[in-house]
Design a protein around this ligand. Structure first.
Ligand code: ADP
Length: 789
């Protein structure tokens, strides 16, 4: 037996013991004696109102504080015991002996205590047995035990009547009473985020001290016997202050929690606990405890004020049954409720017949046999409408009514009209169901338009395999999914989402109700209506999406057309400029005007530069075409990057011989071997150095560095101190035709193909491109070649 199981049985045992003792105490309470005021008035002629003060002695004990002292005397005797009372009248002492009378003239009040107590015990045990593993439920159990036992026993000495054994429930009463507000406060705090009692142990100890003190006082004073000791009970007033404060604190905390409750269910739960406290404890605290503490005469007697206690367990039971307080799911069957109701109705019916009979018999005339018959007739007439009214009330209280459903549908329709996406709609559906018809879970899938199953545009609450398994076994058109399969996945009901002609329809799956009840016809109707609304909204959303999609594809086509025109324009521009200068130079050479060797050499150098630029450009355009057609081929083999870099450096140096250029080169002395296509790498480097020069101004500074990496690969970086690149452009410049506005301003020549090709080549090498630097401060582009595989 595990520890928790042991403590479960111990708690049950303790609860049973407390219940037994409480019943024992209640039996004692029924025999509670009282001072025979009427008989004393008759015998002495002193008015009842003045009598308590007039009694000088009773049962041989001097009476100083009539309330407490007469209680002491009643605690030592039973109903019918003759007691000698010495009453002072007009300065003379009158001795009268009268028997004690029953305290409860009518039996009704103790029955209330019994009902309240038994009801409280029942709820406490019920909750504990169902949810013993939950700390809140255990707390609730102890609260119920303390409260019910205090109510049933009703007083520390009421049931004693001189019998030592009856002191035991008396002691239990004191502890139950004093601990009740502590448990109550602790329980109330479980509804808050705090969940711990401020100064918790202190309050508990205070309650135990109170309980211990009054127990000792009562037990000792009755056993000794000592009326002086018994008078210490006057300190009960201090406890009443404690009691009142704790009840107020609990109510205030609960009220704040109620206002801040995060969910509707939580709010309803708290509301009902609050009702129970206000109606159940309110009259006792307000009209009995507080006046007593203030030294006033309470407007309600202890018994009347306590009769309200019954509302506390009633409200708790309601909160549990209807709002699942403490997460308890009680399955209520409508027919059981109706049967109970019928029993109650019949009971009231019979009682009223009795009442009517008494009424008629009390009148003049002899008893006639037609009276009970006519009384029954009248009662039956009166009860027919009453019964249906009660049924409606029960329906409203325990079963969601069609009113709730209509409201839910209305709310859903309004919100669905504004939903933007299928996801929104599904969230809305879950929320609506959560409010109106709480179910365990909701699932849905909607096939993507134009794609056969299982292409899904939306899937929720179902995993992919679940959808596949559902779709794998289609059945008849009415119930398209095999029920066994549905149940395996935890669903109970399927709703088709049919939107529009020919389109594949989605499905909504609904799990069992959280209340454990079966789906009623009303529930199914609600679900169908919601599904139809949802399908309509989905249809609308899909149409909207189609319109958006069409517009997007049109825009894409337009963009392509624009790009084509731009490309042709820039290609012709790029070709014309070097051609024009080549033509001019060749004409100059031809004219013989440039005869000096130096000048001729310079012009020929210029021609070579323009030619290589043209060549590079055509290379790029051709490569781009190949890339687009996926026809670019590389010849990747072991190659020495050092010699490739050296070759490029030489070409650049000779081409830019007289540009205002600082060209810095750094590379290792030994070969750097990687797997590469040397021609492609050469083209990459030429493009990068070309850009570095193109996007720099004034005295240009370009650095090329080559280094082997630890992983067996290599890195080549090309740095400049030019216009730089914005971080957000780093990705885009690697695509085709993109040129930054800054680059266009700086140098209108260029089409934005170079880096696209660089990217393609580096990808083919399994390498990476790193771009760093900042606008206005230059750019470094690093090519990372992986190690040889
Ligand atoms: P192009 O140079 O013909 O425009 P690229 O593909 O070589 O085409 O470069 C794309 C864009 O990247 C350039 O237009 C420019 O905006 C940017 N870019 C490339 N290299 C540099 C650099 N070294 N400094 C600043 N911007 C650069």
């Amino acid at each position: 037996m595990g520890r928790s199981q042991a403590s479960f049985y111990w708690s049950l045992f303790a609860g049973a013991l407390i219940l037994g003792l409480s019943v024992f105490g209640f039996v004692g309470l029924l025999g509670r004696p009282a001072v025979p005021w009427d008989a004393l008035e008759r015998a002495t002629g002193v008015a009842t109102g003045l009598l308590p003060q007039a009694i000088a002695r009773a049962d041989g004990f001097g009476v100083r504080d009539p309330d407490s002292d007469l209680g002491f005397i009643a605690a030592r005797h039973r109903i019918g015991d003759p007691i000698e009372f010495v009453v002072v009248k007009d300065g003379r002492e009158l001795a009268v002996t009268e028997p004690l009378v029953p305290f409860f003239g009518r039996r009704s009040t103790p029955i209330f205590f019994l009902l309240t107590g038994v009801f409280g015990f029942l709820i406490g045990f019920g909750v504990f047995i169902r949810r013993a593993e939950d700390r809140r439920a255990r707390l609730f159990f102890w609260l119920c035990l303390a409260f019910s036992s205090a109510v049933m026993i009703s007083g520390g000495w009421y049931g004693v009547q001189g019998r030592a054994l009856h002191l035991v429930p008396g002691v239990l009463f004191f502890f139950a009473y004093t601990l009740t507000p502590v448990f109550l406060l602790k329980f109330v705090l479980t509804f808050t985020a705090r969940d711990r009692l401020p100064g918790g142990p202190f309050l508990g100890i205070a309650a135990l001290l109170f309980g211990g003190f009054f127990s000792v006082v009562v037990v000792a004073s009755l056993l000794i016997p000592s009326i002086e000791l018994f008078r210490l009970n006057a300190y009960f007033r201090v406890f009443r202050v404690f009691f009142g404060i704790m009840c107020f604190a609990a109510t205030a905390i609960l009220f704040r929690t109620f206002r801040a409750a995060p969910t509707r269910e939580r709010r309803d739960q708290v509301r009902w606990v609050l009702y129970g406290m206000i109606v159940g404890l309110g009259p006792f605290v307000l009209f009995y405890t507080i006046p007593l503490v203030a030294g006033l005469r309470p407007p309600l007697s202890e018994e009347t004020a306590s009769a309200f206690f019954v509302f506390l367990p009633l409200a708790m039971a309601f909160a549990i049954l209807k709002y699942k307080l403490l997460d308890i799911n009680v399955i209520i069957n409508r027919s059981v409720v109706y049967s109970l109701l019928t029993m109650v109705t019949v009971g009231v019916y019979l009682a009223s017949i009795e009442g009517l009979k008494a009424l008629f018999n009390a009148g003049p005339g002899t008893g006639r046999s037609w009276i009970p018959i006519s009384a029954a007739f009248i009662a039956a007439l009166a009860f027919a409408p009453a019964r249906s009214r009660i049924q409606v009330l029960v329906d409203k209280a325990f079963f969601r009514t069609s009113y709730d459903y209509r409201r839910a549908v209305l709310g859903f329709t309004t919100a669905a009209g504004m939903a933007r996406s299928a996801e929104d709609l599904l969230t809305l559906l879950s929320k609506t169901l959560d409010d109106a018809l709480p179910v365990e879970k909701v699932g849905a899938f909607i096939p993507a338009p134009g794609v056969g199953a299982p292409g899904l545009s939306l899937r929720s609450g179902l995993d992919y395999d679940a959808v596949a398994s559902l779709l794998a076994k289609p059945a008849g058109p009415e119930e398209p999914f095999p029920p066994a399969e549905l149940r395996r996945l935890g669903f109970e009901f399927v709703l088709p989402l049919a939107f529009g002609d020919g389109e594949p329809s989605g499905r909504v799956f609904v799990g069992p109700k959280r209340s454990g009840l079966k789906l009623t016809d009303e529930d199914r109707e609600l679900l169908r209506t919601l599904a139809a609304e949802m399908a309509a909204s989905l249809h609308r959303i899909r149409l909207q999406e189609e319109v958006i999609y069409e517009r997007a594809s049109r825009e894409k086509l337009e963009e392509l057309g624009r790009l084509k025109t731009e490309f042709i324009a820039s290609v012709s521009h790029e070709l014309r400029t070097p051609l024009t200068s080549l033509q001019a130079i060749s004409e100059l050479l031809d004219s013989g005007k440039a005869d000096e060797t130096v000048l001729r050499k310079h012009l020929i150098g210029l021609m070579a530069g323009e030619c290589s630029r043209l060549g590079r450009y055509l290379h790029n355009v051709l490569d781009f075409g190949r890339i687009e057609q996926d026809a670019m081929r590389y010849d990747i083999r072991p190659a020495d990057l050092r010699s490739i870099v050296a070759g490029v450096v030489e070409v650049v140096r000779s081409a830019a011989a007289d540009e205002d250029l600082d060209f810095e080169v750094k590379m290792p002395a030994e070969p750097v071997m990687v797997e590469a296509d040397p021609d492609a790498v050469r083209q990459v480097l030429l493009n990068l150095v070309d850009n570095a020069i193109k996007y720099s101004a004034g005295r240009k500074h370009v650095a090329v560095r080559l280094a082997a990496t630890a992983a067996g690969g290599a890195e080549i970086s090309v740095s400049d101190r030019g216009i730089g690149i914005l971080p957000e452009d780093r990705e885009r410049i690697l695509g085709a035709f993109y040129r930054t506005p800054e680059a266009v301003r700086h140098d209108p020549k260029g089409v934005g193909l170079g880096l696209k090709i660089v990217k393609h080549i580096m990808d083919a090498h399994g390498g990476e491109i790193g771009i760093s630097g900042a606008p206005g401060r230059g750019t470094t582009i690093t090519l990372k070649f992986p190690g040889r595989r």
